[in-house]
Design a protein around this ligand. Structure first.
Ligand code: UDP
Length: 488
């Protein structure tokens, strides 16, 4: 079975063009499309993945396809469907193996399941496809079907892999060994980072980075009254009084610099009300590095009294700094036993801290009942944070890094492969070499908390870096290049 999905994205290119620092980008994208698509006449782009809702790929496709359509590409979206549980178990295992986990014992029965479902999906897609189409297949689930169609029809086929590990292990060898025969017919592959390209695809792969949509609820510009409203409604302002209020914090001054807001009066004692906020927002996953981050923050706080190197401003920033650890409410996320476990272990570690340190740390579980509401809370939290941390032990590409960079936060990321693609160290943010080392985390936070000018400079450069590389327009441009260069 295959579903034809209509991509729904409420924003048009004209909407993006009306935003000050996006208009030139959209104009140049229109020109690029015009010149590139001149030779693409009559050909269609057909993207296929395994789910229309939920997950990063399903979220990324509607803006990508809608913009491509508006630029003149005849773009379509198919979703494969099957009831075979054994197929889902197998492809979930392949997904884990490509990440370096999972069961590497794959054999003939696995190939039999994969071949059977791939043949069914290929048959269902065949009626939709036309000669000359460029088929883009996302991740391992529809790869087998795409391979069969490429062998049978006069089409081009590209495999888009959203996952990867930067080293070879028994697990990754098992996955690529299994997938090798299905990869062979593909004309080209696309990965998120060069480190993820397996040997079998060397010379046949391109890099396209994931991207964010600057007008989505998660990334659109929020006015100060929106920020306060969103945080107050989600009970994030109240417990801390002025802590989360942007009125006296550095992000408020960033907004002020945008000409968006001006305080009626200057606070009498700015320093007393100034509360630097350090935030990490992620799924409650062990690989996101929440535990060493909390330990690092605690060790920074513990050491303050003994230090003789602090001037008054630095001392005050360290004393007042607060840490927010936020993630989706596990009760509202299906099928995430690890999330519940990690959150409760984190809360247990927190409850062992002395009360004065507990008062400086908030563990927040974000409501997930409304996607829009959750996105707005994430947006507001990132906007009101002075430092956003992403201390991942492993990260394919952290959207939680791109999002705060776009909001001009000072970002401190780990040196996980995906994050190294995003942050140029000391230019767009800080990179922590060892995300498991609380001492290094404490030093990084200390350096950023002591230097407001550095935070502002990192934030400015981060915004520009995202503008140039990680907005949906850069992604569309890369796809235009690839499509118009790929022929069957
Ligand atoms: N996110 C969210 N609510 C949360 C936690 C995370 O909406 O409570 C979002 C976050 O803003 C980002 C995405 O989930 O857009 C996570 O993507 P990322 O690439 O950082 O990591 P992944 O979860 O895919 O490993």
């Amino acid at each position: 079975m295959v579903q034809i999905v209509e991509p729904r994205h409420p924003v048009s290119l004209a909407d993006y063009e009306s935003v000050a620092d996006l208009s030139a980008t959209v104009r140049s994208l229109r020109q690029e499309a015009e010149s590139r698509l001149a030779g693409f006449d009559g050909r269609r782009l057909v993207m296929v993945n395994s789910t229309a809702q939920g997950g990063g790929v399903a979220e990324m496709l509607p803006p990508l396809l809608t913009i491509l359509r508006e630029l003149g590409v005849d773009a379509h979206w198919l979703v494969i469907e099957t009831q075979e549980q054994a197929f889902f178990r197998l492809t979930k295992n392949l997904h884990n193996l490509i990440h370096g986990a999972g069961d590497p014992n794959l054999g003939a029965p696995d190939h039999a399941v994969y071949d059977r479902v791939s043949a069914e999906n290929a048959a269902a897609m065949e009626d939709f496809l036309q000669p000359g189409d460029v088929l883009v297949v996302h991740d391992p689930q529809p790869m087998g079907a795409g391979a069969l169609l490429r062998e049978k029809m006069d089409i081009a086929a590209i495999w888009r892999c959203h996952i990867g590990l930067d080293r070879e292990t028994a697990e990754t060898r098992a996955a690529w060994g299994f997938l090798d025969p299905y990869l062979k017919p593909y004309d080209h592959a696309v990965f998120t980072a060069p480190e993820y390209i397996p040997g079998v695809l060397a010379g046949r792969a391109t890099i396209i980075h994931p991207a964010i949509d600057p007008l989505s609820h998660k990334n659109r510009h929020l006015q100060v009254h929106d920020l306060v409203g969103i945080l107050a409604n989600s009970a994030l302002v109240k417990p801390w009084g002025p802590v989360m209020s942007p009125a006296y914090s550095e992000p408020a001054r960033r907004l002020q610099a945008d000409g968006d807001w001006a305080p009626a009066t200057e606070p009498e004692d700015f320093g007393l009300l100034f509360r630097p906020i350090v935030t990490q927002i992620s799924r409650w996953d062990r690989l996101k590095g929440f535990f060493p981050l909390m330990e690092g923050f605690v060790s920074l706080k513990h050491g303050i009294e003994a230090r003789t190197d602090l001037d008054e401003h630095h001392l005050r920033a360290l004393q007042l700094a607060r840490l927010v650890l936020a993630g989706p409410d596990p009760a509202s996320v299906d099928d995430d036993p690890e999330g519940k476990e990690v959150l409760s272990e984190l809360c247990a570690a927190y409850s062992c801290l002395p009360p004065h340190l507990q008062a400086d740390i908030a563990i927040v579980s974000l409501p997930m009942s409304s996607k829009e509401n959750n996105a707005l809370i994430v947006n507001a939290l990132q906007c009101c944070s002075d430092i956003v941390v992403q201390n991942s032990i492993q990260e394919g590409f952290g959207l939680t890094v791109t999002e705060p960079m776009w909001k001009r936060a000072a970002v401190m990321g780990s040196s996980a492969v995906g994050i190294k693609q995003q942050i140029r160290p000391d230019l767009d943010g800080l990179l922590i070499k060892h995300p498991g080392d609380p001492g290094e985390i404490a030093d990084g936070l200390d350096a950023l908390l002591s230097d407001e000018a550095k935070r502002a400079a990192l934030g400015r450069s981060a915004r520009q870096r995202v503008h140039d590389n990680f907005l949906v327009f850069a992604q569309v441009k890369s796809w235009l290049e690839l499509l118009t260069n790929t022929t069957a």
